[in-house]
Write a protein that binds this ligand. Structure first.
Ligand SMILES: Nc1ncnc2c1ncn2[C@@H]1O[C@H](COP(=O)(O)OP(=O)(O)O)[C@@H](O)[C@H]1O
Ligand SMILES: CC(=O)OP(=O)(O)O
Ligand SMILES: [Mg+2]
Length: 422
């Protein structure tokens, strides 16, 4: 029997599945991490087929293919499990823990071992994160049945934001109803923010508890976070991941009354056949989650294409400029909440890590608040630069720095799993 020493980390995003497999026995490598990467896989475009699949054993070359057979997170994960044995000769029985990113944890503020009760809790919260919790559930189910000896642990994206004070997390509504129904700002992308906080702390050689950061996680779903003394003080998503910044298919914040005017059927229940589970969301929520954002504005969820076309195409320009405008709303207000004492503005997520154009524009606009200038050469060379954190500001800046962080939610979970008490 081969040694049981593997941790599988699964990140079900709104339209992607990112999976990493780690070893837990140290054999050199990065002494700072308790786990070592063995392989990564990602399946993107799940909701806009054909899905793109990639599978890469560490140090090897990536196997990439388009999959017409994959149309949801369950079939995407089944394809990965198949590849694990076929392509990498990994015996699933060696996996001791499977870590699952669950976007909405409600009142769960720590990771939990998934038993019947925890599974039902995650299921109940599906209505509040329709693009996410519903996608995690079939993947969790498959793990429980296909890797039965491994412990399945849920890590919640909302947990990082438990530190947000009541006057920031509460909505101005009847507080009795708010408390009864759990209507408050939860915030998401927390695994990413934990990873970024730790990585920036290491990069700046300052304790995490001393750091004030404004972090932008700009991916298919996008959010901003105001971190004071190493804790979340505010974030742009709310009760659900719909509000705040616009995303690939999400509207971001709108006047709540808009939903009553968008269509005359907006208040009815949605009966979308494509949903992974029966969701209790209204048609308006469904439209604002899935038929809005970049796709509605510019006809594509690919922000690289929007960036490339923005000079010649009005729709692409509107999407690009709108994103920058909404980002500045949060950066400006978080700067003020931190009293101007900001160690760094950090860009992350697929767009934040790759769009030098957006970083240059935001960097230029925040110059008036005393941020260091974007160094054009460093900003343009991020893709070819190694390291988790890359400095794109002028050399010598000690505060109000501009950084890029390659976030890794799977590593954050595997790390917490190994160092925790599971
Ligand atoms: N070169 C690029 N320039 C701008 N955006 C990019 C680039 N490459 C990828 N992206 C965008 O990154 C986003 C995906 O980010 P990611 O954080 O991986 O998303 P998620 O995990 O939420 O599925 C997509 O909207 C994609 O268009
Ligand atoms: C919370 C959220 O929006 O996640 P993602 O960006 O992975 O869709
Ligand atoms: Mg993501």
């Amino acid at each position: 029997m081969s040694t049981k020493n593997l941790v599988l980390s699964v990140n079900a995003g709104s339209s992607s599945l990112k999976i990493s497999l780690y070893g837990t026995q140290h054999s050199g490598g990065d002494e700072l991490e308790p786990v070592q990467l063995i392989l990564t896989s990602s399946i993107s475009n799940i909701s806009a087929p054909p899905a793109k699949f990639s599978f890469k054993v560490s140090g090897g070359t990536s196997k990439d293919e388009q999959l017409s057979s994959v149309h949801d997170h369950a079939s995407a994960f089944a394809h990965f499990i198949d590849c694990l044995g076929r392509e990498a000769d990994i015996d699933r029985a060696r996996i001791t823990h499977t870590c699952h990113r669950v976007v909405h944890g409600g009142d769960y503020t720590d990771p939990v071992l998934i038993n019947d009760e925890a599974y039902k809790h995650i299921e109940r919260l599906s209505d509040l994160a329709p693009l996410h919790n519903g996608s995690s559930l079939p993947v969790i189910k498959t793990c429980l049945s296909q890797i039965p000896d491994a412990k399945s642990i849920a890590f919640f994206d909302s947990a990082f934001h438990r530190s947000i004070p009541a006057h920031i997390s509460s909505y101005a509504i009847d507080q009795k109803i708010a408390k009864q129904r759990g209507l408050k700002k939860y915030g998401f992308h927390g695994l990413s923010y934990s990873f970024i906080l730790r990585s920036v702390s290491r990069f700046l050689q300052k304790p995490a508890e001393s750091l004030n950061l404004i972090v932008l996680h700009l991916g298919s779903g996008a959010s901003a976070c105001c971190i004071q003394h190493g804790q979340s003080l505010d974030t742009s998503m709310g009760l659900t991941p719909l509000t705040g910044l616009p995303g690939a298919t999400r509207s971001g914040a709108v006047d709540p009354s808009l939903i009553f005017h968008y269509t005359n059927k907006a208040g009815r229940m949605s009966h979308d056949k494509g949903s992974a589970v029966q969701l209790h969301v209204t048609q308006a929520e469904h439209i604002l989650n899935t038929q809005a954002g970049w796709n509605a504005l510019a006809g594509t969820t690919d922000f690289a294409a929007i960036t490339a076309q923005r000079k010649d195409d009005d729709a692409a320009r509107l999407a690009f400029e709108m994103f920058a405008d909404r980002i500045l709303n949060y950066v400006g207000s978080y700067h003020l909440k931190l009293g101007g004492a900001v160690d760094a503005l950090v860009f992350s997520g697929g767009i934040g890590e790759r769009s030098k154009e957006l970083r240059a524009l935001i960097g230029e606009r925040v110059g008036c608040l005393g941020y260091t200038q974007v160094d054009e050469e460093r900003n343009g060379a991020v893709d070819g630069t190694d390291g988790v954190v890359v400095d794109i500001g002028a050399a010598g800046a000690l505060t109000k720095r501009l950084l890029v962080c390659r976030t890794d939610e799977q590593l954050e979970m595997a790390r917490q799993c190994t160092l925790g008490s599971f």
